[in-house]
Write a protein that binds this ligand. Structure first.
Ligand SMILES: NC(=O)c1ccc[n+]([C@@H]2O[C@H](COP(=O)([O-])OP(=O)(O)OC[C@H]3O[C@@H](n4cnc5c(N)ncnc54)[C@H](OP(=O)(O)O)[C@@H]3O)[C@@H](O)[C@H]2O)c1
Length: 739
């Protein structure tokens, strides 16, 4: 009995470690379950067959354990994990998860620069603090929603919290609301929280369960702060609070009614031109190829009764081959900042047209910004109501051109700094750079126009940090299937993947524009050593990738997601660009490190969640249903899984980080590191005492083999030559080496 208890304790430690460390997280995930208090997705409750049975402790997650017995086979592992646990959780928040140290509270105030206001839940967490910093750098005024002020002071410093001016020009200001316990809905609906949530443009949720040394000794998630409590129930309460604060209204009746959020989450449109009156049409002047000796002709004809105009004419290829019409001044002189592109309401004829945009930037030159758009063939869609299309052209699809040729040296269209001064429509035999327009015919053409406007798409109003593996886990149907999965899905400690997935499902069903970011393994920057990674991020969908990224990377991705209309309504896994890492491994193509995240590259190619179910179009299967966590794995099975070479490699790496002193105890992945030498075992399995070729890489120690860096530091490894930079040294000669 005793030994089985100890086994259980050890398993818990193992699972907790895996769950919390930035290590095994290469396949790390998390999850979620339904809550009775949750207001809107009642259907989620129906999906969860056993939710009524999910009382704290029923899944064993929040059970308190004492230290393992010395005779237990997991003893060494247990000690080791205790150490990791302390390191990764801060370790000192022992007896009470909510213990608050008596530091003077930062001065209360409302600090705003006028930038977007973003509330961050979990701001004092290891990922949360990087997200806060990234948002501040991007000019967001950040409100940290935290449990207690003392940790806030520790993490950000009283000066950052009391700062009345931004750290540097363009930076946002940091404000906070404290006393927030997401497991207690009352703390989300009282005080100034509703007002702050209403004011906020964006909300970021980077929460995670809390564990530590239990009052009776041993380790575990604190009761009430398990994955179920925080990752699922807490997150759904935050979603509910945001929905309430924003006054989200449900339009239309019944389940199928469309939901819409009020306020700043609305899409925006600014009409530039209508085509309803003679005055509207008179703004447009003809600009055909006759100016170059051609014979094409065109005109804009108003159909007053129907309330639109038709741009029609005849394209004569000989001598020119284009027709155009241009309107300037009046409503066209508008600030483009705050918009994403141009939208047109048109009825075409199957031809490709182009839209010209002259801005303040191109005023003094011959340049215009030009984008092509395709219209549907009339015969395909028919007359009547059919045939009308809404074309949206994002600004990045406008190219700077001089008389049809792309000017590669010209500045791209920057909506933030440019105003539109004129707009033009062109129908030409030429595409860009005198390539043939693939959709033109000589002769008659017809393009009816109702409206031309600037548009702004929805940004996500809530970004949820979930975890890679959450969807993967939800697809596992049988325990046999689970055995073939990646280790974290096999272990699924505390059902964390299920709880996180349930929160995701809840958010996807909510009326909020959202983005769900599922980081792969979160590791310290040092874990990349001096690998010349580009620092670029890659996104995947369908939960098939594994990999690593830093919490700083995650911060950048969150900031990029909040700024981009292409992230809204999408769920994605993210990791560091592996091609860059692969290059680094082989020494090919050393590229400069950069932390740039290109929102366009990252988000634009991704499929919107709502389109995943449309078979055959996205290449992605529909989302699996959320299910309850499976049975906890037995100690024996956990041991087997932890012997998986992938887990061992990762554990060795993380263990080495701590053993080497590279990672400061208690600081976790987001903490500071002491600089010591780092070792990378290049390949193969190296038994103790054998020779191996290793490379020093900054202050991180990696190990992909059987070498145990967990042994006391006096362990002798005399046969291992170290490469320190380019110079080979023996461990004993390396003053920085811990061995
Ligand atoms: N480690 C990985 O490799 C990995 C990989 C993928 C995904 N993830 C996920 O990424 C997320 C963030 O990770 P992390 O390393 O930043 O976790 P973390 O350091 O443990 O941070 C968790 C945050 O949640 C807060 N929190 C917990 N319970 C709360 C409550 N009841 N009310 C209010 N706040 C509460 C904590 O507050 P305090 O600061 O006051 O403690 C802390 O700020 C987690 O969900 C994790 O599962 C991690």
């Amino acid at each position: 009995m005793l030994s089985s208890l100890s086994g259980v304790r050890c398993v818990f430690l193992v699972l907790l470690f895996i769950c919390l460390s930035g290590g095994v997280v290469a396949f790390l995930p998390a999850s979620v379950l339904p809550t009775r208090e949750s207001s809107f997705p009642s259907r989620l409750h129906a999906e969860n067959k056993h939710n009524g049975d999910n009382k704290p402790g029923s899944n064993g997650l929040n059970t308190l354990f004492s230290p393992p017995s010395m005779t237990n086979p997991f003893e060494a592992l247990g000690k080791q994990l205790t150490f990791f646990f302390e390191k990764l959780t801060g370790g000192t928040d022992t007896n009470s998860a909510m213990a608050s140290r008596a530091l003077p509270p930062p001065p209360p105030s409302v600090r705003r620069t006028g930038g977007p206001v973003s509330v961050v839940f979990g701001a004092t967490g290891r990922a949360g603090r990087e997200i806060v910093q990234a948002l501040l750098r991007e000019g967001h005024d950040v409100v940290a929603a935290v449990r207690n002020e003392s940790k806030l002071n520790e993490v950000f410093g009283a000066s950052a919290l009391s700062g009345a001016t931004p750290a540097s020009p363009g930076h946002g200001l940091l404000d906070y609301i404290s006393g927030i316990d997401v497991t207690n809905a009352a703390t989300l609906s009282s005080g100034k929280v509703p007002a702050v949530l209403k004011e906020a443009c964006h909300v970021v949720v980077a929460l995670g369960p809390v564990g530590g040394v239990q009052p009776g000794g041993g380790f575990g998630f604190f009761p009430g702060l398990t994955s179920e409590d925080v990752d699922f129930k807490g997150v759904t309460k935050v979603i509910d609070a945001v929905v309430d604060a924003k006054g989200v209204v449900k339009e239309g009746a019944g389940e199928g009614g469309k939901k819409k959020a009020a306020g700043e989450v609305e899409e925006r449109k600014r009409t530039l031109f209508r085509f309803e009156t003679p005055e509207d049409v008179a703004k447009w002047q003809r600009l055909d190829d006759v100016i170059m000796g051609g014979q094409s002709s065109s005109s804009l004809e108003l159909d007053r009764e129907k309330g639109y105009a038709t741009y029609t004419g005849s394209l004569v290829v000989e001598g020119g081959g284009f027709c155009g019409t241009r309107a300037s001044g009046g409503d066209a002189s508008v600030d483009l900042s705050g918009f994403d592109g141009v939208t047109l309401r048109v009825r075409g004829d199957g031809h490709r047209y182009k839209l010209n945009l002259k801005t303040t930037e191109t005023l003094a030159s011959e340049n215009v910004y030009q984008a092509a758009f395709d219209t549907l063939p009339l015969q395909d869609v028919g007359e009547g109501a059919g045939g009308w299309q809404t074309i949206t052209i994002p600004f990045h699809r406008f190219y700077p051109v001089v008389r049809n040729r792309v000017d590669y040296k010209a500045a791209p269209l920057q909506p933030s700094s440019q105003a539109a001064v004129s707009l033009g429509l062109v129908y030409s035999r030429f595409e860009f750079n005198r390539q043939a327009n693939p959709y033109y015919d000589p002769g008659a053409f017809s393009l009816s126009l109702e409206e031309i406007a600037l548009y702004r798409s929805r940004r996500p109003s809530l970004v949820l940090v979930s975890s890679a593996g959450a969807e993967r886990n939800a697809k596992v149907e049988t325990e046999e299937d689970r055995k073939t999965e990646i280790p974290i899905v096999m272990l699924n400690p505390g059902g964390i993947l299920n709880w996180k997935y349930r929160a995701e499902t809840y958010l996807r069903a909510s009326p909020l524009p959202y983005t769900i970011l599922r980081p792969c393994g979160l590791v310290p920057e040092k874990a990349f050593g001096d690998e010349p990674s580009t620092g670029k991020l890659q996104a995947g969908q369908g939960d098939t990738i594994t990999g690593r990224l830093t919490r700083q990377d995650l911060g950048l991705a969150v900031a990029a997601a909040l700024a981009s209309p292409y992230s809204a309504g999408k769920t994605m896994e993210i990791r560091r660009d592996e091609a860059a890492d692969a290059n680094a491994m082989t020494g090919v193509g050393r590229r400069p490190r950069t932390t740039a995240v290109t929102a366009l590259e990252l988000f634009q190619p991704l499929v919107a969640d709502k389109d995943r179910a449309v078979s055959g179009t996205s290449g992605l299967l529909p989302f699996p249903e959320a299910v309850d966590p499976p049975q906890e794995v037995s100690p024996e099975r956990a041991k087997e899984i932890l012997n998986d070479p992938r887990v061992k490699a990762q554990q060795d790496r993380d263990r080495a980080l701590v053993e080497s002193g590279a990672l400061q105890k208690g600081q976790g992945g987001g903490g500071r590191y002491v600089g010591v030498c780092a070792v990378r075992i290049c390949r193969g399995s190296v038994p103790d005492g054998a020779s191996a070729r290793v490379h020093v890489q900054n202050s991180v120690i990696y190990s992909n083999n059987a070498l145990s860096f967990n042994e006391p530091k006096t362990k002798s490894l005399p046969d291992i030559p170290l490469c320190f930079g380019r110079k080979k040294v023996m461990p004993s000669k390396c003053s920085l080496c811990p061995f």
